[in-house]
Write a protein that binds this ligand. Structure first.
Ligand code: SF4
Ligand code: SF4
Length: 111
């Protein structure tokens, strides 16, 4: 019986579109039940700091893209990178890892 209830809950979850998913939908304990789903989570709405990228300092190495745990860094056509604030939760890893100190974390403000 418990197994059937669990299967039903999983099926219901698949009907929710990506735009409806927020951090509140994350499993208790932060458990990820499906791989490669980071970019589908609106984890940006819990951010208290935001990364600001200075293209003048950037050497396009891609380390910020590689290390971002939320797939929030994307490469642009010109080879530079930009932050997708839909899923950027402001962890600051990109700023820490950047060898050119091109990313600065600033306090988030309400819009
Ligand atoms: S880690 Fe820094 S230098 Fe490298 S691509 Fe990202 S912003 Fe640019
Ligand atoms: S602060 Fe940087 S590393 Fe952290 S989620 Fe945002 S873009 Fe990714």
């Amino acid at each position: 019986m418990a197994t059937k209830a669990k299967k039903t809950k999983t099926a219901e979850k698949k009907l929710v579109t990506a735009s409806q998913v927020t951090w509140r939908d994350v499993e208790i304990g932060g458990i990820l039940t499906d791989a490669g789903s980071a970019s589908l989570r609106r984890t940006g709405d819990w951010r208290s700091e935001r990364p600001v990228l200075d293209k003048e300092k950037c050497n396009k190495c891609g380390l910020c893209w590689l290390h971002c745990p939320d797939a929030a860094v994307e490469q642009c056509e010109d080879g530079y990178y930009e932050i997708k604030f839909y899923s950027c939760k402001g962890c600051g890893i990109c700023a820490e890892i950047c060898p050119k100190e091109a990313i600065t974390m600033i306090e988030e403000v309400e819009e």
